[in-house]
Design a protein around this ligand. Structure first.
Ligand code: GDP
Length: 687
């Protein structure tokens, strides 16, 4: 199942004698044992720092059969501390200079040869204070406050590859404290996810189910009809506005593209330290997307940095700071393939400080992997109040993700016990059902990200096989249903990143939410309501002639000043532009909030790639939880679990769509003081 041990293969890696010895002695170990060894070494270094030669520590770990305490006792009883060698110190110094810091051109060159290529998604933040004024077009937006999102222009790229651009991100340091037992979620457009589970639900849950019913009855069902009507329409690949462009049958082309494989956007979510980066890094390695030399390099570097057990996580955690802190901050994006799909993988940060980044990642995902730590106490910590397991689950569901694979990870820590697996899946199952996931759309897979077990092939360990006969993680990813792509609708792309290219124009990246685009096409950016030409399109680092809804692309644009484009701008079809407004009405579901929401309540509107300050301008009505009828007009306040119609006012104009027209562009979240207070859908655009 696992790839061979990572060996030096004469690739010119300058290892020290110590590292050579380390690998010699390590040679006979299985991947799982080597991972356990690294984990033990990390823990020992915390106690011993670099005072004991590595070989001694390795030997002690092996002698004590991976029992850290015994190994420590062994080492200390041998009195090895006198062996602090200068050679060893040298090794440490080398490690320090290499870990995620400035690299020389040689290593930069080597990086560029590394597969997979990781793209960092820029996340908008701190826009309140760092707004960026754009000259306005008088008849559209007289206030001129056209910027959505902080300007994100990266340096000219060193490697000339737009998708490799690693952006510095601005992060909102929210203190997220979501109350436990949140059970509300927005009803889903496919109309099947919201059946209330009477009898099974807690009090909170029944509130949620009521809300769900209310939403679906009051507004969603007619839209469902509308959506399916659209989907049933004979494909009309050529838009009204495309008289001048070559006619292509997008749907037919999409089927042929990528060797007939469907594209799927996958986000990995879960509490910090659940093992997300390690799991996905190891999966990429086992799939052959990371070559042995690179993995060896990561292993060496992480070992020298005193974080050997993070080697696989380094495949996805690119920045020096991420590596030093050992947490994912940015959304790392990369690509891999399964039998029937091409997956764009987004590794979202689990730390509560980076929830806004996670929202941006999740807003662009079709499906999600929720990683939970099976270790005793750890699953509980992530699942209880303050943990990100619930928060992430709710957020992705509210952002439109309906299919979920739950990786019950670190099963090696609990000896692959079936009881522990069942305990976790039953707790999570109940919660996920309340959050609006259909039972049949959630799959649970026991994994060990560190050992690589049950990732790309079914687990071999008898401890697992005696009770688990299900799919491995890769098989589960492969069996996700591909989502509907709105290729028949007018073109829409919400900007996730802006940067200067080597050439004359500039580049934007983002996911095409609707329609399709061809090279040479004119596009309108909203705001600032200006047009430009798409000179080039890049999909997964390859130049392409066209791209369609669901694709994460990089567009090279000409005929417009980069200064006018911000993260959050929407590029659209000039004939059928997206609406821009500062005032809109929405149907919202209030989460478990402590303070009731009143008129004038300040919030942060999280929408696609932006987060924009806004206020709740009016409380229009409270809707009945199950019938959707207005139960109260002009309420004085809204409290937890309520379903209501409100009017929102944003500080600066935002490009929005009605949920009934473009479900992807009509959904948003409201946050206040670091907590998610509501999820909503746009029902009316005012001005
Ligand atoms: P993330 O914050 O969710 O991305 O977590 P990381 O991938 O950075 O992993 C956090 C820590 O858990 C690291 O020390 C990993 O080596 C360790 N870890 C990850 N997966 C496993 C696993 O399956 N088994 C064990 N024993 N440790 C793991």
């Amino acid at each position: 199942m696992c790839a061979e041990p990572l060996e030096e293969e004469g690739y010119g890696y300058e290892g020290t004698d110590d590292t050579a010895d380390y690998f010699t002695s390590n040679h006979q170990l299985t991947d799982v044992d080597r991972a356990r060894l690294n984990s033990c070494l990390d823990q020992m270094r915390e106690v011993l720092a670099e005072s004991v030669p590595e070989q001694k520590m390795v030997q002690a770990v092996l002698d004590s059969k991976f029992d850290v305490q015994k190994a420590l006792d062994l080492v200390l009883s041998q009195g090895s501390k006198q062996n602090v060698k200068t050679k060893n110190e040298d090794t440490v110094t080398v490690g320090k200079t290499t870990k995620g810091k400035a690299r020389d051109s040689q290593s930069a060159r080597m990086e560029s040869e590394i597969v997979p290529k990781i793209t960092k998604m820029t996340v908008s933040g701190k826009k309140q204070s760092m707004g960026f004024e754009v000259p306005c077009n008088s008849h559209i937006l007289c206030m001129c406050a056209c910027s959505i999102g902080e300007k994100k222009i990266s340096k000219t790229k060193q490697n000339m590859n737009p998708c490799l651009n690693s952006m510095s991100i601005t992060v909102e340091f929210f203190l997220l404290q979501l109350s436990s037992g949140l059970t509300v979620v927005i009803a889903e457009e496919n109309g099947h996810a919201n059946t209330p589970q009477k009898g099974l639900l807690t009090e909170d849950a029944s509130v949620a189910s009521g809300v769900l019913q209310a939403v679906s009855k009051s507004a969603l069902l007619p839209q469902v009809a509308q959506v399916s009507e659209e989907q049933n329409m004979v494909p009309t690949p050529v838009k009204k506005s495309s008289k001048t462009k070559l006619q292509i049958d997008v749907k037919a082309e999409l089927e042929k593209r990528q060797g007939g494989k469907q594209l799927l956007n996958l986000v990995v979510i879960g509490h910090v330290d659940a093992g997300k980066s390690t799991l996905m890094g190891h999966l990429l390695y086992l799939l052959g997307n990371v070559n042995k030399r690179t993995m060896h390099k990561y292993e060496q570097e992480s070992k020298k940095a005193g974080k050997a057990s993070f080697a696989y996580a380094w495949v996805l955690d690119e920045t020096g700071e991420e590596r030093e802190r050992g947490v994912t901050m940015d959304v790392g994006m990369t690509k891999f393939e399964t039998k029937t799909k091409v997956i764009t993988l987004m590794d979202a940060p689990g730390h509560k400080d980076f929830i806004p980044n996670m929202i941006t990642g999740a807003a662009q995902a079709d499906v999600a992997i929720l990683v939970v730590d099976a270790s005793r106490g750890e699953f509980e910590a992530g699942f209880e109040t303050g943990g990100q397991t619930r928060e992430h689950g709710l957020l992705v569901r509210s952002l439109g993700v309906t299919q979920l694979a739950v990786a019950v990870n670190k099963m090696d820590q609990v000896n692959w016990q079936q009881e522990r697996f069942q305990e976790i899946t039953s707790k999570l199952g109940q919660f996920l059902k309340q959050a609006g996931f259909k039972e049949s759309d959630v799959a649970y897979i026991p994994t060990s990200g560190l050992g690589g077990e049950n990732l790309v092939t079914r687990g071999q360990s008898s401890d697992l096989t005696q009770w688990y006969k299900g799919k491995c993680l890769l098989e589960q990813i492969d069996s996700f249903k591909p989502p509907q792509r709105s290729v028949d609708k007018p073109f829409r792309l919400c900007v996730a990143d802006v940067f200067k290219d080597q050439g004359s124009g500039f580049c934007v990246t983002g996911k095409i939410e609707a329609g399709y685009i061809q090279v040479g096409e004119r596009l309108l950016a909203m705001p600032p309501n200006e047009t430009c030409t798409a000179k080039g399109i890049t999909l997964h680092d390859e130049p392409v002639d066209w791209a369609a809804a669901g694709d994460h692309v990089s567009l090279t644009l000409t005929g417009m000043d980069i200064i006018k484009i911000n993260v959050g701008c929407v590029f659209c079809d000039p004939k059928e532009p997206i609406k821009v407004c500062t005032r809109f009405r929405a149907r919202v579901l209030i989460f478990n909030i402590e303070v009731p929401i009143t008129k004038g309540f300040p919030v942060l509107l999280h929408y696609q790639t932006i987060s924009e300050p806004a206020t709740i301008r009016k409380l229009l009505s409270v809707l009945h939880k199950s019938t959707g009828e207005v139960t109260k007009k002009k309420p004085k306040f809204l409290s937890k679990g309520q379903n209501a119609l409100i009017e929102l006012q944003t500080q600066r104009p935002v490009a929005l769509e009605l949920y009934k027209d473009f479900k992807e562009l009509g959904r948003f979240m409201l946050r206040y003081s670091g907590s998610t207070v509501a999820a909503g859908v746009v029902t009316e655009i005012r001005e």
